[in-house]
Design a protein around this ligand. Structure first.
Ligand SMILES: [Zn+2]
Length: 444
């Protein structure tokens, strides 16, 4: 109880500071405008869940609105173990779906595998011709890892201004901040442009939820005018991230007894010669002003049956990280050229890079808001992101400007004792809420 009341006053302090920077032309409701000191639980299964972790969902009812602070919602999400594998994000997804539904969103769930789902929550705008703004994040986290944790990864421990837990930075704080920002608009004056929240499962193991979303029999979200991705950037703007082409490279040979190697053909030698061509190779392609050039890495190699046979099969993996403007079919073709006819390639990851022109109007909107919320221009230098995200699946679908921005600490993603600066979470709510106000009310 003590920790929770200190969180409330702490976020109240932050919000007070933020409001002083608020611009007059974007009327953005704040949590505090509607908050009342009454605690409400989100329902029996959830209550039981939080009791197990010594936590309760601290939500507040105001008329029909249910308001929960983004820090408390992050802690609530941390209490769900969504380590992937196996994932099992359904329970946390249903919790979020319930919260959004109670606040007036039209929520659809896409159950694409047992205990795995995507959540699509909509708030229609007044102008049916205007494509909505999409806010997206993922519910799963990477596993805890082999090293022991010094904090409970599922208890949302708050200490020295940092919130600890598996996935707090990557990216439960981002998901919570998006939900809280969107909830502010749910029962207020109608936005001109609609708002869609897309929360996915299975991002950490190759965006499988986003791919299920993209491959659904009917389009789940037809279009988007712009997209925010809440991956960890410490609330800095990123307009681009790398893509990935990963292939399995197979070589074959003829087996024989190892005492008579001249009777066989060694598949490992063929693989080794191909691998040697990759070492030191720089993939051809443009140099991106933010991300630099593409990279290549051989991550795994296997082959042979035993020490006393000539191996007739070997396999290695090649992972090329691409930058915007590179065509993945060309990347594949030039890799095939480099490795020669003796190597058969099989593509198993194909995630395009994500990029938005630095002078796009949506980038300008975000830059103004981020400068305003930070109270300075110090954080406007765009952040290069080497890893890929669900945006690799969504940007080709909607062909919309995309910005990656979230409260999580980028260096903390996948770390033992993962943490997020607590004050970054209400800041992210403010950034998202102002973006919704500015972008969704704007007339083209
Ligand atoms: Zn992530």
């Amino acid at each position: 109880m003590h920790a929770i009341s200190s969180v409330t006053s702490f976020s109240g302090f932050i919000m007070g500071n933020l409001r002083r920077h608020q611009r007059r032309d974007h009327p953005v409701p704040t949590d505090e405008d509607v908050r009342r000191p009454k605690v409400w639980c989100l329902g029996h299964p959830f209550e039981r869940r939080f009791c197990r972790h010594g936590l309760r969902s601290k939500a507040v009812v105001d008329g029909e609105n249910i308001v929960i602070s983004a820090i408390e919602l992050t802690r609530a999400l941390l209490a769900f173990d969504t380590c992937n594998p196996p994932g099992l994000e359904a329970e946390s997804g249903r919790y979020l779906a319930h919260l959004l539904e109670m606040n007036g969103f039209v929520v659809e769930t896409q159950d694409f595998a047992p205990h795995r789902l995507n959540i699509i929550a909509r708030l229609d705008g007044s102008d049916a011709d205007a494509a909505p703004l999409v806010l997206t994040g993922h519910l799963d986290t990477v596993p805890l890892g082999a090293a022991p944790w010094s904090r409970d990864p599922f208890n949302g421990e708050l200490s020295d201004g940092r919130l600890y837990g598996r996935g707090v930075s990557d990216m439960k704080a981002g998901v919570a901040a998006m939900a809280c920002a969107a909830i502010r608009f749910a029962r207020g004056p109608r936005l001109r442009r609609g708002l869609v929240l897309v929360f996915t499962s299975g991002e950490e193991t190759g965006c499988i939820g986003a791919l299920a979303f993209a491959n659904a029999a009917r389009p789940l979200v037809h279009r988007a005018s712009a997209m925010l991705v809440g991956e960890p950037t410490a609330n800095r703007i990123s307009t681009a991230h790398k893509g990935c082409v990963a292939v399995k490279a197979h070589t074959t040979g003829i087996t024989a007894h190892s005492s008579m190697p001249e009777k066989g053909e060694n598949a490992i030698y063929a693989a080794a010669q191909a691998v040697a061509r990759i070492a030191g190779h720089v993939p051809a392609g443009r140099v991106d002003p933010l991300l630099g050039c593409a990279t290549i890495n051989v991550g795994m190699i296997t082959g042979g049956l035993n020490y006393n046979s000539v191996p007739d099969a070997a396999e290695f993996t090649v992972d090329v990280r691409t930058v915007p403007g590179m065509d993945h079919d060309m990347v594949h073709a030039s890799l095939a050229d480099l490795l020669g006819n003796a190597v058969r390639l099989e593509r198993f990851v194909d995630m395009p890079p994500v990029g938005t022109a630095a002078d796009h109007r949506f980038v300008g909107v975000l830059r103004d808001i981020v400068a305003d919320v930070f109270g300075s221009d110090a954080n406007l230098e765009p952040l290069p992101i080497p890893f890929f995200s669900d945006a690799s699946v969504f940007q080709p679908l909607w062909r919309c400007p995309t910005i990656i921005i979230g409260p999580g600490e980028p260096s903390q993603a996948h770390q033992t004792d993962e943490w997020c600066e607590a004050e970054a979470i209400p800041m992210a709510v403010e950034i998202y809420a102002r973006t919704i106000a500015a972008w969704c009310d704007h007339t083209d």
